[in-house]
Design a protein around this ligand. Structure first.
Ligand SMILES: NC(=O)c1ccc[n+]([C@@H]2O[C@H](COP(=O)([O-])OP(=O)(O)OC[C@H]3O[C@@H](n4cnc5c(N)ncnc54)[C@H](O)[C@@H]3O)[C@@H](O)[C@H]2O)c1
Length: 253
């Protein structure tokens, strides 16, 4: 896989130990010019320095995926400066481990806005530029929670939003195919060490979870990033509307 001359925008890449940052590292290592975006400005600066230290080309853009104006401005700025966006990874996400009877309307809206509406805003803003070039790769972050119902660290709002991402991905895949744009999603199982899971994943809990994973360990950010790198590569050009499970066998359908 070679991403030279490709421009990749990754949302939620500010979190140091997060999946988004690892996607940026992997794509950059293979030659892509990467744009890290997040609401965490300090995290973005650290991310850029890290990628530049590894010899890559990185830019940052502060963008709140729940804010249409912020997204449209951010995407406009990128395309004005770099001419295009070849790859979009909708990775920004939040989760709350709240029982359905306890979820407030504000919490429901937050979880839906970041995980679902943000994917819509980014896709809507980036697609016209991809269509213009007759090329594009989009990957959205779903979750095993959206498939089996109930996450380990996510409530029903998180499951519902991630299931929504799956349906949205399939519909966009059909619409965008005539421009040679592919749109897929990935559904990770539990990934350790990220902001979403840190703190909540005690050693005891980790042991219990691992016992339920046929491959015997929780996921690493690299497991997710390698699969996404494949889905956004030239080589995956005939795969669209697909959801890839990356969960060590914890959910097989
Ligand atoms: N960690 C897991 O076990 C797991 C499992 C399945 C799916 N996922 C999904 O993977 C993605 C990445 O999660 P992670 O585990 O790396 O978590 P993370 O918390 O480390 O990273 C998420 C990033 O999203 C950013 N973000 C939050 N709200 C935002 C907003 N409004 N605008 C822009 N950025 C915003 C955060 O600042 C953070 O940098 C998420 O979509 C998550 O739902 C994670």
């Amino acid at each position: 896989m070679n991403f030279e001359s490709r421009v990749a925008l990754i949302t939620g890449a500010g979190s140091e130990g997060g999946i988004g940052r690892e996607i940026a590292r992997q794509l950059s290592k293979k030659g892509a010019e990467v744009i890290l975006s997040d609401i965490n400005e300090d995290g973005l600066q650290t991310g850029i320095r890290e990628i530049e230290d590894l010899g890559g080309i990185a830019h940052s853009i502060t963008m709140d995926v729940t804010n249409k104006k912020s997204v449209q401005q951010g995407v406009k700025e990128i395309t004005e400066n770099l001419g295009k966006i070849d790859i979009l990874v909708n990775n920004a996400g939040v989760s709350r481990p709240t029982n359905v009877t306890e979820i407030s309307e504000d919490e429901w809206d937050l979880v839906f806005n970041v995980n679902m509406k943000g994917v819509f805003f980014l896709t809507q803003a980036v697609l016209p530029y991809m269509e213009e070039k007759n090329y594009g790769r989009i990957v959205n972050l779903g979750s095993v929670s959206g498939k089996r119902g109930g996450g380990i660290f996510g409530g029903s709002h998180y499951s519902a939003a991630k299931a929504g991402v799956t349906g949205f991905t399939k519909a966009v895949a059909r619409e965008a195919a005539k421009y040679q744009i592919t749109c897929n999603s990935v559904a990770p199982g539990l990934v350790g060490g990220t902001e979403i899971t840190s703190g909540l994943l005690t050693d005891e809990k980790k042991k219990a979870i691992q016992n339920d994973i046929p491959l015997g360990r929780v996921g690493k950010v690299e497991d997710i990033a390698y699969s996404i790198a494949f889905l956004v590569s030239e080589e995956a050009g005939y795969i669209t509307g697909e959801e890839l499970d990356i969960n060590g066998g914890s959910h097989i359908d």
